[in-house]
Design a binder for this molecule. Structure first.
Ligand code: BGC
Length: 259
């Protein structure tokens, strides 16, 4: 389906599902304003989080709502997704590599779905309805969580699967040093973590020269503790949609591109 990515006129409803390490969350999203049109449902992610078990849980989430048969459904997944197939599994069960996420969820739900990378979904949502709304040019959305996710959006067009959390910086996989999980693991003060973020974002801005960087992930609610410590050329702001961004972006992407 072709769609003007900068148009804010997205009528109707789509459904988004966010598959995370601890919970699988879904809600119907009203596309004109990006708001949930019913309360979100969350079911803990099954352990081990194998494709079959996760697909069944996604179906439970979807079936908690009375949805039209042909409502667009988007599903986020924390991996590179090419044409529905997971190509990587940095922080999820390795059995996902090579799994067709779309097919697995379609079989479990009996519905057609679009599978997308989690950070791509969050980034698309921030551009349509959040912190980067109306921003022209190159927007980079970086999510700081267990890993580092990235979304590159150029004049409203998403360049999918950028995987900037895996840049090699100073001999390390960047997310192993600068993700929120590294702050936790190494028991870092905000200042010490901000030094790692400074290094990370300096490399990123020198490679991509974005007009705006948006920082998402759960830790972005504490943005005042670390964003002011960063000294970058690029304007950097916290995400606005917080943990709703994945659901909202998956729904919007499904409406714009499914099928
Ligand atoms: C994965 C990405 C994902 C990010 C955030 C990284 O480890 O490689 O695909 O977007 O974590 O979940």
């Amino acid at each position: 389906m072709s769609h003007d990515p900068k148009s804010t006129n997205r009528p109707g409803t789509a459904f988004g599902v966010d598959i995370g390490g601890s919970g699988i969350k879904g809600a119907p999203v009203s596309l004109d304003d990006g708001e949930f049109s019913a309360d979100r449902v969350r079911i803990p992610t099954p352990q081990p989080s194998t494709p079959d078990a996760v697909a069944k849980t996604v179906a439970e989430v979807v079936d908690s709502f009375d949805l039209d048969k042909d409502v667009p459904i988007g599903v986020t997944f924390p991996a590179v997704i090419l044409h529905g197939v997971a190509q990587s599994a940095a922080n999820v069960d390795k059995s996902w590599i090579g799994t067709n996420v779309e097919k697995a969820v379609q079989q479990a739900t009996g519905r057609k779905v679009l599978a997308v990378n989690d950070a791509d979904a969050a980034g698309y949502a921030e551009v349509l309805y959040g912190a980067a709304r109306g921003v022209d040019g190159v927007v980079l959305v970086v999510t700081l969580g267990t890993g580092i996710g990235s979304a590159l959006i150029v004049d409203g067009h998403l360049v999918p699967n950028t995987e900037l959390g895996h840049l090699e910086i100073d001999g390390h996989d960047a997310e192993s040093r600068a993700a929120e999980s590294a702050r936790d693991r190494d028991d870092l003060s905000w200042e010490a973590w901000a030094e790692r973020l400074q290094r990370y974002f300096t490399v990123v801005e020198n490679l991509f020269w974005p007009d705006l960087i948006v920082v998402g992930g759960g830790v972005s609610k504490h943005h005042e503790k670390f964003l002011p410590l960063l000294d970058l050329r690029t304007k950097i702001v916290p995400a606005e949609l917080r943990n709703a961004a994945g659901i909202i972006g998956a729904a919007a992407l499904a409406a714009d591109f499914r099928g």
